[in-house]
Design a protein. Structure first.
Length: 393
């Protein structure tokens, strides 16, 4: 099961809160908003009777001084009684939740499971959020010396610029593209276009990364409902099948890795996902990749084999990753414009692919999209999860 493109599991519904600044709401309340949409989309689903487990990605207790998010989320989703488990893999927390949900469903222990993620971040100061995010890096050798995530990805960007000639203009162009896509997404945090000139003129955060190269501090939640493929027609006429799934890890410290210009965890998880799905990179119609910084998207193009090594900038310049191109990337706006509530990002990517493959993405709809990919990264690349989706519509 799952080999040669056969479905591992099927998505029968999905939900996502508005991403942005949610003053006065707790993470559990934002998650309930996403859950409400998922239940509304699937009227044949009996939440209390059908859903047998919940896996929720949530990176940090520090934001709200709230751990034990599995039980808290289940309570506010109206799902008390079922096993509810929090998964933590930094910014890949809900990518890992999705992987756990696939395990649970394929094992036969649960016919229907909910997977999702949530983070409430905007009520904290930038300094506090920077500190909390830094906990996903190596404490004694990175955090303790004051290195932040902009600095870690700046090192990778600098190495790539040196080795392959990647430019600040190409990175800024990622921001321009993703803000255009985000302007078409009513749930995106940032729904406005930006110019290349404005992106290039923004202040440096950590050279060569500027303010407009960095993703947003955001509140948000997302979820999807999975079932065994043979049961999907009981709930919906438009299932989206997950046909490939891969997750891999690497050393937590960037300084320990052989290369600064690629993420081995991405390459390993993509290899597993492609093999399970029995597809090649050229078969992917659209992708949601982890653009926590604009450079990270260019690196993802290469690690996912959308282009040769060192050619990420040229692929971006070609226009092929923009809506209307050969392989539109981050049609949701990506982390850059949609926002990056870290625990929610992985399943928010899956939500976008679900909309696209069921023809419900409205202004940003990719024509004739059949196969999609999501790529979710934790930390500076110590975790990566890649999933491949197919619609039979």
């Amino acid at each position: 099961m799952g080999l040669n493109g056969k479905p591992l599991v099927s998505i029968i519904s999905a939900g996502m809160s508005k991403f942005g600044k949610h003053d006065g709401l707790l993470a559990r309340e934002i998650f309930a908003e996403a859950v409400h949409e998922a239940f509304t989309r699937c009227p044949k689903l009996d939440p209390k009777g059908d859903i047998k487990a919940l896996f929720i990605g949530h990176m940090g207790e520090a934001y709200e001084h709230q751990g034990h998010m599995g039980a808290a989320a289940a309570d506010w989703a109206g799902l008390t009684g079922i096993p509810a488990t929090r998964t933590e893999s930094a910014c890949a927390s809900s990518g890992a939740a999705l992987r756990a949900g696939i395990y649970a469903t394929m094992s036969g222990l649960a016919d229907v499971v909910m997977v999702g993620g949530v983070e409430k971040m905007t009520h904290r100061t930038t300094v506090e959020v920077t500190e909390y995010l830094a906990m996903a890096s190596d404490y004694p050798f990175e955090q303790w010396h004051g290195i932040t995530f902009p600095a870690l990805f700046a090192m990778m960007a600098t190495a790539h610029m040196h080795e392959y000639g990647t430019t600040e203009k190409q990175m800024a162009s990622v921001a321009v593209k993703n803000h255009y896509h985000g302007s078409l997404n009513p749930k995106a945090h940032m729904q406005k276009e930006i110019t290349l000139e404005a992106a290039l003129a923004s202040r440096y955060v950590s050279w060569p990364l500027k303010l407009f190269d960095c993703s947003l501090i955001t509140d948000g939640a997302s979820c999807i409902v999975l079932t065994r493929p043979e049961l999907a027609s009981k709930y919906t006429d438009m299932p989206v099948h997950i046909i490939g799934s891969g997750q891999a890890s690497d050393s937590i410290g960037l300084y320990q890795r052989k290369s600064f210009t690629s993420l081995n965890a991405t390459k390993l998880s993509a290899k597993t996902a492609y093999e399970l799905a029995n597809v090649k990179p050229c078969d992917i119609d659209l992708a949601e990749v982890h653009d926590c910084f604009t450079f990270a998207e260019l690196m993802a193009y290469e690690d996912l084999e959308f282009c040769p090594v060192g050619k990420g900038g040229k692929l971006l310049d070609s226009g092929e990753t923009r809506l209307g191109g050969r392989i539109p990337v981050n049609t949701s706006g990506g982390l850059k414009a949609k926002g990056h509530p870290v625990g929610a990002t992985g399943t928010a990517q899956a939500y976008e692919i679900y909309l696209q493959l069921t023809g419900q993405a409205e202004k940003r709809q990719v024509k004739d999209a059949k196969i999609g990919l999501t790529h979710n990264v934790g930390g500076s690349g110590a975790t990566a999860a890649v999933h491949i989706y197919r619609s039979d519509q």
